[in-house]
Design a protein around this ligand. Structure first.
Ligand code: KDO
Length: 336
């Protein structure tokens, strides 16, 4: 907690400095900007493709989009600090990463809260998000432009189903399940009944191959894109998190744009998110058969048991304590 507060205070002052510095040299009409975007995602991930093929051309009149994939520029979970300090202009950030600085964002990282992709969009565009977006701008110097759909996260293990048949959270006892390296992720891994292991995305394939971990969780399109099917034997369709990312944009850079340019950037991000969402949804529909053809067991566990167990872990947790009064009810009311 102490570390989080210090980190947050540091960021708040860095962000404030970055904003005023940019305001002082507000973009002249002829200035071009470079938008460096860093993500742990690969170039073939649908979010990367959407930004490169929809966002980049839409802003090309005044901005050069410069993507860096596979965490090659900034390591996973450090992108927000990089934006705050002016070392990066864009990232595809997660609610879990934002929750490191603003714990209330954990509500969007909680198991079995979002119901589907359309629910995520309704939540993101609802006035309930205004305070969250404002806080990200004020405290981190980060504008959240659009919500991207990552997909339904499922448990993917090295064990065959004959070795371990996962029906309920109890069946994950003792399983070393890699989860990304923040508190909110680790909590979710534990809530699923597993022993969570923090690890960067780019290290997961090798860790599965060598047996350093027993499994990982990601949506089906990511499992395919990262070739996790080559080093695992089953996918248990827990759907424990309908996962999202936000298109994060430097507030300092935003403030240097004209109102017209800001409108173009915002629309470009929304259009890219919509394009990526549709492709990701289609892939999710098609991919179970792909994994079966690769020899994996793909099956649905007792979803009621998982949902009830996971939700019960959040009740009374430090995460739930950080959620503003009434927000969970509003999010639920926007569901199907
Ligand atoms: C992951 O590390 O498992 C994760 O899926 C977490 C997401 O929030 C996101 O960062 C994603 O990785 C990367 O974009 C790689 O797909």
């Amino acid at each position: 907690m102490k570390t989080e507060l210090t980190r947050r205070a540091m960021l708040a002052s860095t962000a404030a400095f970055a904003v005023s510095a940019t305001a002082a040299r507000r973009l002249r009409a002829q200035d071009r900007i470079t938008l460096r975007m860093s993500t742990p995602a690969s170039e073939t991930d649908q979010r990367s493709i959407a930004l490169a093929t929809v966002f980049a051309p839409a802003v090309a009149d005044f901005a050069t989009y410069e993507p860096h994939y596979n965490a090659s520029l900034i390591k996973q979970n450090s992108e927000l600090e990089a934006i705050a300090s002016g070392d990066l202009e864009m990232s595809i950030t997660s609610a879990q990463e934002l929750a490191q600085f603003m714990p209330e964002f954990s509500i969007f990282a909680t198991g079995y809260v979002h119901q589907d992709a359309a629910h995520q969009v309704r939540v993101f565009n609802d006035p309930l998000m205004d305070a969250f977006k404002q806080k990200a701008e004020d405290e981190l110097g980060v504008k959240l432009l659009a919500v991207m759909y990552l997909g339904r996260r499922h448990v993917n293990l090295r064990f065959s189903r004959a070795e371990r048949d996962v029906q309920t959270p109890a069946d994950l006892a003792g399983v070393k399940l890699r989860m990304p390296g923040t508190d909110a992720w680790q909590f979710l891994g534990k809530a699923l009944g597993a022993d969570p292991v923090p690890m960067a995305f780019t290290e997961v394939y090798t860790a599965l191959q060598t047996g350093a971990i027993d499994g990982q969780d990601n949506p089906l399109p990511t499992d395919k894109d990262a070739k996790f099917y080559e080093v695992t034997k089953q996918i248990c369709l827990t759907s424990h998190l309908v996962d999202l990312n936000y298109v994060a944009f430097s507030k300092a850079v935003w403030d240097g744009l004209s109102a017209d340019q800001q409108a173009v950037v915002k629309k470009a991000a929304e259009d890219a998110a919509e394009s990526g969402r549709q492709k990701q949804l289609k892939l999710e529909d098609e991919l179970a058969q792909f994994f079966i053809d690769q020899g994996l067991d793909v099956y649905e566990p007792n979803l009621k048991a998982f949902r009830e167990h996971v939700q019960a872990q959040y009740v009374g947790s430090k995460f739930a304590a950080s959620w503003p009064e009434g927000v969970l009810e509003k999010v639920n009311a926007l569901g199907a």
